[in-house]
Design a protein around this ligand. Sequence first.
Ligand SMILES: [Cu+2]
Length: 70
Amino acid sequence: MMRKVLKVEGMTCQHCVQTVSEAVTKMAGIQKVEVSLEEKEVIVDFDESETKTEDISAQIVEAGFEIVTN
Ligand SMILES: [Cu+2]
């Protein structure tokens, strides 16, 4: 199991949190999704043999948000 913290820009309310949560949760191999609106973070526990970090990022972007890379 792999844990990844993604910095996400564009989440402004609980509805955004819900949207991101649902978009990621429905992907293969996702164990757990936590979203922090204050920290602008999406913490994902997932099986790296089923899903890659880039796939999760792409899914969040597709849902209408921006991934901050550092
Ligand atoms: Cu919102």
